[in-house]
Design a protein around this ligand. Structure first.
Ligand SMILES: [Zn+2]
Length: 492
């Protein structure tokens, strides 16, 4: 029986791959359950201001997670998190500079978050004279033990033209390079005075420093240290307008206090059972993230970073796919993981990849989506589709075939190039799964000017595009669910 069944299915696949495009939609029985009206209603809810940007570790993220779980339940999906619930909680440690940190130069008080920022959390007390360095090229002075002030210089190389968050990248990489060089010269502290370019992005850059950094608690693989050479050196960014207040020889005092918080975050996990007695213990995993950036510095009048495209788009897309799967189940089961804390460093997917709620071996493919509702309706990208990122040619072929048969996007592969400066492949939730040795791909409609701004709002979502991308993910997942030949990892 089993053998014959296998042969028949194989024939089906072979026939399919020779362009039976008429049968494409007939082969996708749940397709009609993916409706633009549902996607639109859901994305306006989840990315509405009421959820206040769903920041990981906040009650807003918790409310969003509860919303997703309730919607999953309404779609007919079963709980697949911990202890028979839709939830898998995990802890994050946030380290940041406390607001009560102070800095004075001469008799002028600087205000943290307005005049200055500490670029890496550290505990420090400083009291000493400022040494001005005219340029980084000046290597004559002895800076040992000194509080050194210098104007930020351009990093080498510059971030590529047109990259997202350009001023931020420029500043972060300048501070990293020039801070490291000064640390090697034994400085006690660095004051970087913003130049024009840093000043242009300072609201975003400063907010980032105020946020501090987040890490998983209890995962040894993600432990990072703030001290690159074992010695904490405060690195302070000061607004350009204060340059004249920081004079050679003037006394600088600072009390910099680091604070640490433990926050919970949560993955929402649900499943739809498969129909095949032999295959239903295997899962195709649909992946997205429900969190975004929360409340930030206002841009214009708006301080809510709604994250409609990033990543309410995939969150609601997965609900539609869930509905389709419940209506017409595949042979294998489908697992839906809406990760928490992606924006804080892929913390939810890092956690789930190490602590999956189903056997790790039973996850045969991960189809991750991040930002699928913007840009031209005819184009899209699939990351993990070319070497060295590709880890399963078989899985990529299934996605490409689904696209040829159904959605017919022109595929932009440039972002999957290992030399692409954005390093986009490493910036979403499929990455920890790929690292754990599971075939994984990443669907996206790529960046846009509203990326990570308060303007990533639901009214700018291209709903037909969102529906089309959702259908592509569904069709690929369906192929994975039905195939008798599991998509395997490439052997390198
Ligand atoms: Zn995202």
């Amino acid at each position: 029986m089993r053998r014959i069944f296998t042969l028949t299915t194989l024939l089906g696949i072979v026939l399919n791959s020779y362009g039976q495009s008429k049968t494409a939609t007939a082969n996708l029985p749940g397709l009609a359950s993916i409706k633009e009206a549902d996607l639109k209603r859901d994305i306006f809810e989840l990315a509405g201001d009421a959820f206040r940007g769903r920041r990981a570790g906040s009650e807003d993220e918790m409310r969003a997670a509860a919303w997703v779980a309730q919607k999953a339940q309404q779609a007919g999906l079963k709980p697949a998190g911990d202890d028979g619930t839709y939830f898998q909680y995990f802890n994050m440690r946030r380290t940041r500079t406390a607001d009560r940190s102070t800095m004075q130069v001469g008799d002028q008080n600087f205000k943290m978050g307005n005049d200055f920022w500490i670029t890496q959390p550290v505990d420090a007390h400083l009291d000493g004279a400022v040494t001005w360095l005219n340029s980084m090229a000046d290597t004559s002075a002895n800076l040992q033990g000194k509080i050194v002030a210098v104007k930020i210089e351009a990093p080498k190389p510059l971030p590529a033209a047109g990259m997202s968050l350009w001023e931020y990248r420029y500043t972060a990489s300048a501070i990293r390079q020039q801070g490291m060089a000064l640390r090697r010269r034994g400085v006690a502290a660095v004051i970087f005075v913003a130049n024009e370019i840093t000043e242009k992005g300072i609201a975003f850059i400063g907010h980032n420093y105020e946020d501090g950094s987040y890490q998983n608690v209890g995962l040894t693989t993600t432990t990072r240290t703030n001290l690159s050479n074992g010695r904490a050196v405060p690195v302070i960014l000061v607004r350009s307008g204060l340059e004249s207040a920081i004079k050679q020889g003037s006394n600088m005092r600072a009390d910099i206090v680091m604070e640490t918080f433990l926050y919970p975050s949560v993955n929402v996990v649900a499943k739809a059972g498969g129909t095949d007695a032999n295959l239903r213990n295997e899962y195709v995993l649909f992946s997205g993230h429900h969190d975004h950036d929360g409340i930030g510095n206002p841009v214009g009048q708006d301080s809510i970073w709604n994250g409609a495209d990033d990543n309410a788009s995939v969150t609601v897309g997965m609900l539609a796919i869930g509905k389709a799967w419940v209506a017409k189940p595949g042979r294998r089961s489908a697992l839906f993981v809406w990760h928490g804390a992606e924006e804080r460093g892929l913390l939810g997917s890092r956690w789930f990849a190490v602590h999956p709620t189903v056997k790790k071996e039973s996850i045969i493919a991960v189809l991750n989506g991040d930002m699928i509702g913007r840009n031209s309706i005819d184009s899209a990208a699939l990351l993990g589709s070319i070497p060295p990122h590709r880890n399963s040619t078989a899985l990529v072929d299934m996605a490409m075939q689904a696209n040829r048969q159904l959605t017919k996007f022109k595929i932009d592969t440039s972002w999957d190039d290992a030399k692409h400066p954005e390093n986009w492949y490493f910036r979403s939730d499929h990455a920890p799964y790929a690292q754990a040795g599971i075939p994984a791909i990443f669907f996206t409609s790529l960046l846009h000017p509203d990326y990570h701004t308060p303007k990533d709002e639901p009214q700018f979502i291209n709903i037909p595009k969102l529906a089309k991308m959702t259908r592509w993910m569904y069709a690929t997942g369906w192929a994975v669910s039905q195939t008798m030949i599991k998509p395997v990892l490439d052997t390198k």
